[in-house]
Write a new protein. Structure first.
Length: 274
């Protein structure tokens, strides 16, 4: 049965933007915010930076016209309450930022909000609602454990034709809220507790917020989705080192660039969020 959906975003309606971040993201964050304002072809309401209360992050928000949200005020648990690690890797912060995104329906005021990772820069125009349907981006591969967790969480298999893990996604607040209520009704505990209980934390990649919400929408309202190839390119360099001419050239083949710093997953590193 399809869920009721809003007629769509009118030309005048605003969307909010939510970006979880930590201090190490400050090298990329100015480029992320600038690209959102340049390439998102919807009026933007608030850009929320959900982050630790650090002076450098507060200063960034003041300087760039963003709304700061202390990450420790978003949920009844913090990163210190999440124990998702092994002897060699540390993923507690990575999981925490996913839970922060999934509470965006409580943080944002607009009917729709865009979540984008703090290391991902858009390089082409993006419109996320077209003819009453939401545009989702996809890639050809995923982590099998994401779907094991999804089945435990939702009680059914994921059925989207491709992976919906693509660094950014437009959420509809009402649908996200409904998904979390369904999870709570099924498990009898808060939605975030159900996620932590459903995932196998001995696996390094055991849950995806984008895969979970995207598959929920696909199963409940497939006609309300447009799925397109993500065309994201990962780069291992500083965002500031890519010239506008290089971005223009890359935009012929790609929609976005992600400036990954994978060393953050190591137990030897303190930067464990992304």
């Amino acid at each position: 049965m399809s869920l009721p959906s809003k007629a769509g975003i009118s030309q005048a309606a605003k969307i909010d933007v939510l970006i979880p971040a930590i201090e190490k993201d400050l090298a990329t964050l100015p480029h992320v915010v600038k690209a959102v304002r340049t390439h998102v072809k919807h009026p933007i309401g608030r850009i929320l930076i959900v982050a630790p209360r650090k002076e450098r992050l507060l200063h960034f928000c003041r300087e760039h016209g963003c709304t700061f949200v202390d990450e420790n005020t978003v949920l009844p648990l913090t990163k210190k309450d999440i124990h998702y690690r092994s002897r060699t890797w540390e993923r507690s912060g990575w999981l925490f930022q996913q839970l922060l995104k999934l509470n965006g329906d409580k943080l944002c005021k607009a009917d729709y909000f865009l979540v984008i990772d703090a290391d991902t820069v858009l390089i082409t125009p993006h419109r996320f609602r077209q003819n009453g349907r939401t545009v989702f981006f996809s890639r050809s591969w995923s982590q099998p454990e994401y779907f094991v967790t999804y089945k435990k969480l939702m009680g059914r298999k994921a059925s989207a034709p491709s992976s919906l893990v693509t660094h950014y996604m437009l959420f509809e607040r009402s649908k996200l809220s409904r998904m979390k209520k369904e999870i709570e009704a099924r498990h009898g505990v808060p939605w975030y507790s159900a996620i932590l209980r459903s995932m196998n934390r001995s696996k390094q990649f055991a849950f995806s917020e984008f895969e979970t919400y995207g598959n929920y929408v696909y199963q409940s309202d497939p006609g309300g989705m447009l799925i397109r190839k993500a065309r994201n390119k990962g780069l291992h360099q500083n965002a500031g080192g890519v010239s506008q001419a290089e971005k223009t050239k890359l935009a012929k083949s790609y929609r976005s660039l992600s400036f990954h710093k994978r060393k953050g997953y190591s137990r030897s590193s303190q930067a464990s969020r992304h």
